[in-house]
Design a protein around this ligand. Structure first.
Ligand code: GTP
Ligand code: MG
Length: 161
């Protein structure tokens, strides 16, 4: 299909935080309950319309496992934006954000927009990271912030979906 603009986005963050599920909800509007470990990098696309113009979003879903880190670094180039994802039920995924941010800043264009995503907001009873902590981290590092659920598609439409 013809499009006026093409934007590339990259999704990063620890393994199991729900990166692939966020992408699947965005492209296919469905949820994958099983952890289908991403190997290297996968890719999805969706067309959106803004001001009557067709825009193609090309989204690179990277592998969170440590052993794929060097592969991930080679995908930052040319990205207009990055979704940096952590899991609100696993504090360690929040603690690793600084490392992810360093990687992202070092290997991307200086004008790449980074959005911090606290995913799995449907699991309130298992929450380990307060929403305020996510907000504070985002404020401190100049990131956009949002909590989401790839399961319920919460914060869809007007949010990231
Ligand atoms: P890697 O590919 O290894 O880097 O992991 P990933 O970040 O892509 O994780 P993935 O999307 O495969 O999700 C990991 C697990 O978390 C799966 O079992 C998902 O079903 C589950 N999951 C993802 N998002 C959510 C969510 O918003 N809520 C709940 N309850 N579970 C989720
Ligand atoms: Mg994945």
């Amino acid at each position: 299909m013809a499009y006026a603009y093409l934007f590339k986005y990259i999704i990063i963050g620890d393994t199991g935080v729900g990166k692939s599920c966020l992408l699947l909800q965005f492209t296919d509007k469905r949820f994958q309950p099983v952890h289908d470990l991403t190997i290297g990098v996968e890719f999805g696309a969706r067309m959106i319309t803004i001001d009557g113009k067709q825009i193609k979003l090309q989204i690179w879903d990277t592998a969170g496992q440590e052993s794929f880190r060097s592969i991930t670094r080679s995908y930052y180039r040319g990205a207009a934006g990055a979704l940096l994802v952590y899991d609100i039920t696993r504090r360690d995924t929040f603690n690793h954000l600084t490392t992810w941010l360093e990687d992202a800043r070092q290997h991307s264009n200086s004008n790449m927009v980074i959005m911090l995503i606290g995913n799995k907001s449907d699991l309130e009873s298992r929450r380990e990271v307060k929403k305020e902590e996510g907000e504070a981290f985002a404020r401190e590092h100049g990131l956009i912030f949002m909590e989401t659920s790839a399961k319920t598609a919460s914060n869809g439409r007007r949010g990231i979906y």
